[in-house]
Design a protein around this ligand. Structure first.
Ligand SMILES: [Fe+2]
Length: 327
């Protein structure tokens, strides 16, 4: 019988000692919460991590869910719902969601099922030679990027006793690079508002393996702005799953907002009044969200499989142009 996730025995949560804010990195508060990244904290018990690791590294997952790209050469994606019951239950358990939300400072849910348990494996000796990766960071496990999803929880699956390196490099507001501690021990995790942070995962020194499991989160409330972009995941995903799940939840959120607005409009009609300001605010929000969604669902024939660095560079240029326009 496979082990079922039990928060009483499989969680061994210890609060992070500190949470770094966007401000503390000299970055503008453009996210949906002040947090940039937490210090590493213990989240799961060693037994739970052993089960997750076994599930993720099974033959069937490696055979059917392997994706590689120029930014991260070894990834396993989209396998949890079908092949990793324990990991799936763990990451969708309300207790785990509550912990991640508390650290993030905003009520979250995991973004989509497809993104539960994304795996990054560092292969010692494998370098990233793309030109967008600065020379000294070319050994990065995952090259420079901003995440596609608002928040991530990164869990260490490797036994990293005595590990050197493995930090996350973050570009601060002054352009200086700060290294923060990654999850260094098996079962340790970090919560990051990675959508707004230019960051890279640095390798460990001495050729140790570094396997991390990443689960992505978004605000639970449909009324909070959702900055999900598919830049880093579109080239490394089974698109029917990725697009289907993104469209499903985003349209459900749209539906919830439309119903809420309709209720207000009907009440106003009964009272012989109209709130134009609220209507315009609603329409502006919907237009912005739907315009983004329309851009994100790129036709399959235009998606360059495995080419994430190029997509990241294009997004960076677009954001820079947008920023200049606002100045
Ligand atoms: Fe990332």
């Amino acid at each position: 019988m496979p082990t079922l996730f039990n928060p009483k025995t499989h969680l061994s949560y210890v609060k992070p000692t500190a949470v770094h804010t966007m401000k503390s990195f000299g970055l503008p508060d453009i996210g949906v919460a002040p947090i940039a990244a937490s210090e590493p904290f213990q989240l799961f018990s060693p037994e739970a991590v052993d089960i997750m690791r076994k599930e993720a590294l099974s033959d069937i997952v490696q055979e059917k869910h392997f994706f590689g790209c120029d930014l991260a050469p070894f990834q396993l994606r989209g396998y949890a719902a079908e092949h990793a019951k324990f990991s799936f239950e763990a990451w969708s358990h309300p207790d785990v969601t509550r912990i991640v939300s508390e650290i993030a400072g905003v009520d979250l849910v995991h973004n989509i099922d497809y993104e539960i348990g994304h795996i990054n494996v560092s292969i010692p000796g494998k370098r990233l030679d793309h030109e967008t990766v600065p020379e000294k960071e070319r050994d990065a496990v995952v090259g420079w990027h901003k995440d596609s999803y608002p928040f991530v929880c990164v869990l260490m699956l490797s036994d990293t006793a005595g590990m050197v390196g493995g930090e996350t490099a973050i570009k601060t507001g002054t352009g200086e690079i700060k290294r923060i501690r990654g999850p260094q021990r098996k079962g340790c995790a970090v919560v990051m508002q990675g959508r707004y942070l230019d960051h890279a995962a640095l390798p460990t020194l001495g050729g140790q393996e570094r396997i991390t499991m990443v689960t992505s989160y978004r605000p639970r409330s449909p009324f909070v702005r959702d900055d999900t972009r598919l830049t880093t995941v579109r080239p490394t995903s089974h698109l029917p799953s990725l697009y289907g799940q993104i469209l499903e939840y985003q349209l459900e959120n749209t539906e919830a907002r439309v119903r809420h607005m309709l209720k207000m409009i009907r009440e106003d009609m009964r009272a012989d009044r109209v709130n134009v300001k609220a209507v315009k605010q609603f329409l502006g929000f919907e237009i912005a969200q739907l315009r983004i969604l329309n851009k994100e669902v790129v036709e399959e024939r235009f998606v360059k499989k495995g080419h994430v660095a190029e997509a990241v560079a294009a997004q960076r240029a677009a954001e820079e142009a947008e920023r200049k326009q606002c100045e």
